[in-house]
Design a protein around this ligand. Structure first.
Ligand code: SME
Length: 200
């Protein structure tokens, strides 16, 4: 099957829960075979974004769709250049990772007392945050003035008895109330698959 067909949604997919199960299945096939996080997160962002766009009734109104899907990753996890001299980025800021959608802010501070926005809150609290109306969320970082609602899921690695926070997976929507409980459950499973399928 051509890789792009991973984002095709069969007519049998009718609910959000079925949607996320389908995305999970397609993603596990896409990520099979290598563990580089840049590549895996790139295909995950594309699959989520393209699949959501291909499910018009998802947000209730076909002209109100997802407008951004992607990752912010802890600065110190980014690879350092082997060619030019470069210092690692600090761990107390998130840097823009693979995504689909319009350009977005590059850095998000997560240091204690400096954190701001939905991504930083999900990262610091280590829990998924669903925002029905971004205008109502204090400190929301508006990368795109068209965004109306948002969901952010933390990327958590459990390894050898240790729990490590790596970054976040962020989805934005042009409709109010774009995401709910089924999305939280589905997105957390997808985030776990991405984390466990990659080396950090
Ligand atoms: N709205 C996010 C910032 C990232 S963009 O939405 C892509 C926030 O408040 O953290």
């Amino acid at each position: 099957m051509p890789h792009a067909d991973s984002a095709f949604l069969p007519d049998s997919i009718q609910t959000k829960s079925e949607f996320w199960d389908h995305v999970h299945l397609q993603l596990s096939a896409l990520l099979d075979g290598q563990r580089y996080w840049v590549s895996n997160l790139s295909n995950a962002a594309s699959l989520i974004y393209s699949s959501l766009l291909g499910f018009p009734k998802y947000f209730g109104e076909s002209d109100k769709a997802v407008n951004w899907a992607g990752f912010y990753i802890r600065g110190d996890l980014f690879p350092i250049s082997r060619i030019s001299s470069q210092s690692p980025l600090p761990a107390d800021q998130l840097l823009l990772g693979p995504f689909c959608g319009k350009p977005a802010c590059q850095f998000i501070p997560v240091a204690s007392g400096k954190e701001r926005g939905v991504c930083a809150a999900a990262y610091v609290k280590r829990e998924t945050i669903v925002v029905p109306d971004v205008e109502e969320y204090p400190g929301h970082i508006a990368c795109d003035g068209e965004t109306k609602s948002e969901i952010v899921c933390p990327l958590i690695l459990e390894h050898g008895g240790r729990v490590t926070i790596l970054g976040v997976l962020d989805l934005d929507c042009l409709a109010l109330n774009g995401f709910g409980e089924e999305d939280r459950v589905g997105l957390e499973k997808v985030a776990k698959l991405v984390v466990d399928s990659s080396d950090w």
